[in-house]
Write a protein that binds this ligand. Structure first.
Ligand code: ZN
Length: 332
């Protein structure tokens, strides 16, 4: 018996053009409706939310649509005594939000407005004996946190503050026989983790450890008949996974292995043509997270109406260039 493929059908009347103006209006309005239910229930990830929205706007060359001073004031208030940043004022600091905060400051070119030496100290303090990182004081280990640590320090020009070789060894110990990476040694491959691990290897110049053909094959198999990509076998396609799979393929030089035209069609079908914004799948509710990854995916797929995105940092390439950061990317 053949198991039917889990997938979605793209509606006949689905949107086929990119609604840039509506997307920038959607993002710009999002942060202004502070009493909205949606805005309130996302407080636990506010810092990342601001990074998603700001990056989406800057990829559309509309970063001026949000109040810069208000954002910087908020970021500053989220830095804790130990140097880490929290998702919102009064919450606990975490590596995830520390990276988001540094990305926001980098987008504005103002990392010097916060205590950067303290950030470095905070990140360094989360490294474990085996080279891995815990996300916060509660101690959960995940290969994603290795990426957060390395990306944060690279943006600050302070990568030498940690034991990079040990981190690389830990990340390589999360590599599986299928070429992918999991959250810890012997954990199943997942495209979110793959993005973090190959991103870390691109930053540290160690991509030669990756079996690019085998990993490229696993990543390409994520494309479903609808054109969308899923995060792992037997899951539905999702715009955010399109980004994680796509950026990983870009990093290992295998982006042309997927059907670009079909993926573009899938991503465009996830737009809401009334409110603006992208959702995970056609017809679902839009949000800033999927809006960023929809736009970033289209940029990687060659859409010239969006700025070029850096596949590792998920920020405009020009921002990364300004810092003089060079990454290793493989070519076929
Ligand atoms: Zn998603």
């Amino acid at each position: 018996m053949v198991t039917p493929v889990k997938d979605v059908t793209i509606p006949e009347k689905a949107q086929t053009t990119l609604l840039l103006q509506k997307h920038s209006d959607f993002i710009a309005a999002y942060g202004t409706k502070k009493d909205d239910y949606e805005y309130c229930i996302t407080e636990y990830l506010r810092m990342s939310g601001i990074y998603w929205g700001l990056t989406a706007l800057s990829l559309m060359d509309k970063i001026d649509k949000v109040d810069r001073d208000e954002v910087l004031e908020f970021v500053k208030k989220c830095q804790h005594e130990n140097g880490g940043f929290s998702a919102s004022i009064g919450h606990d600091p975490h590596l995830l939000y520390t990276l988001s905060a540094v990305q926001i400051l980098t987008l504005y070119g103002t990392t010097d407005t916060v205590k950067t030496a303290k950030i470095v100290e905070y990140v360094k303090g989360l490294q474990q004996e085996d080279g891995s990182f815990i996300g916060d004081k509660w101690g959960e280990v995940d290969s994603r946190f290795c990426f957060c640590a390395v990306a944060t320090l690279k943006l600050l020009g302070k990568l030498d503050a940690i034991d990079v070789d040990k981190t690389i060894q830990f990340v390589l110990s999360c590599m599986n026989f299928d070429g992918g990476f999991g959250s810890r040694p012997d954990s199943e491959s997942h495209s979110g983790q793959i993005y973090c691990c190959v991103g870390l290897l691109a930053i540290t110049g160690k991509l030669h450890h990756v079996n690019a053909d085998m990993l490229g094959w696993w990543l390409c198999e994520r494309q479903l008949p609808s054109g969308g990509l899923n995060g792992r076998p037997e899951k539905l396609p999702d715009v955010c996974y399109s980004w994680w799979v796509l950026s990983s393929l870009k990093i290992i030089g295998r982006l042309h292995w997927i059907d670009k035209e079909k993926l573009v069609r899938f991503i465009l079908a996830c737009q809401d043509d009334e409110t603006g914004g992208f959702s995970d799948r056609p017809g679902d509710t839009v949000d800033p997270f999927h809006t960023l990854f929809g736009l970033a995916g289209l940029s990687l797929l060659g859409d010239k109406s969006i700025k070029e995105v850096n596949p590792v940092f998920c920020m405009p390439q020009e921002t990364i260039d300004k810092l003089g950061i060079r990454l290793q990317l493989l070519s076929l």
